[in-house]
Design a protein around this ligand. Structure first.
Ligand SMILES: NC(=O)c1ccc[n+]([C@@H]2O[C@H](COP(=O)([O-])OP(=O)(O)OC[C@H]3O[C@@H](n4cnc5c(N)ncnc54)[C@H](OP(=O)(O)O)[C@@H]3O)[C@@H](O)[C@H]2O)c1
Length: 237
């Protein structure tokens, strides 16, 4: 399968990129800003799984536009898209009245606005295989309608709620094009982001364990789910 994972330089995305790369039939593009971490991931995969096909691509999703080189670089590695995991995300933990407009805009750019451009550019390369292309949007329980909310996470949770809604819209819009779009609303996972959101607390879920779930869902869920917003959480927060 031809796979793209954003936010693969640490946390859940790092483990996810590694898991996809264990199958040498997969071609995996891993995206983030941190070139060194992506290169470390590539080296780790190639040494552990000889023949692994993993391609680091450095990209800052906070930029207003994607660079013109983005699609040519990507397609030189994979040619078409079977799985896209929109996993990159950023978080601001601040009381609402202390939020600066610039940081809210930057957060929304990374967590939701950048996906509009990226997915628009990738659509022509999707739905080409026998099985539907699966777009998996990684949202949060904070963005799941009706869930418990936490002070300080308004911008983050609102951006993740937008991602959940976009999922439903795109599933409708891409109907008949052999593309499925689903959204996983994750609960607490012990990563840098969790520590930022809930300082001093510990999550029971490891990034590797969550990555196993996301990997399996991404590979197998497309024929069973479309336009679904799925909570993936056994604990609070
Ligand atoms: N951990 C949790 O408890 C939890 C709960 C619910 C949902 N989630 C969601 O799960 C996803 C992964 O979270 P995580 O906990 O693994 O977070 P993390 O450890 O903080 O990793 C975030 C990833 O996103 C990338 N990223 C951030 N800003 C970026 C930018 N401007 N351009 C490109 N990439 C960027 C980071 O790479 P660079 O810094 O190298 O760019 C990093 O690889 C996120 O969407 C998050 O909202 C996490």
């Amino acid at each position: 399968m031809n796979i793209i994972v954003t936010g693969a330089s640490r946390g859940i995305g790092y483990e996810l990129g590694r898991l996809f790369a264990t199958d040498i039939n997969n071609k995996v593009v891993v995206i983030a800003r941190n070139r060194l971490k992506l290169e470390q991931l590539r080296r780790e995969c190639v040494s552990q799984y000889p023949g692994a096909k993993i391609f680091p691509l450095v990209l800052d999703l906070a930029e207003e536009r994607l660079p013109a080189s983005f699609i040519p670089q990507l397609m030189a590695c994979i040619g078409s898209v079977d799985v896209l995991v929109n996993n990159a995300g950023t978080l601001v933990n601040k009381p609402f009245e202390e939020l600066e407009q610039q940081e809210v805009e930057s957060l929304f750019r990374v967590n939701i606005l950048s996906l509009f451009e990226m997915m628009r550019l990738l659509i022509p390369y999707m739905g080409k295989g026998e099985r539907p292309t699966h777009i998996v949007n990684i949202s949060s329980m904070g963005g799941f309608q009706g869930s418990r909310k936490y002070a300080g996470l308004s911008a983050y949770s609102a951006s993740k709620a937008a991602l959940a809604c976009l999922t439903e819209c795109l599933a409708e819009e891409f109907a008949g094009r052999n593309i499925s779009v689903n959204c996983l609303c994750l609960g607490a996972v012990q990563t840098e982001m969790f520590t930022q959101a809930f300082p001093g607390e510990r999550a029971l879920m490891t990034p590797l364990k969550m990555a196993h779930f996301v990997r399996d869902f991404s590979m197998n869920g497309a024929g069973f789910y479309n336009g679904k917003i799925i909570p993936v959480s056994a604990t609070l927060p």
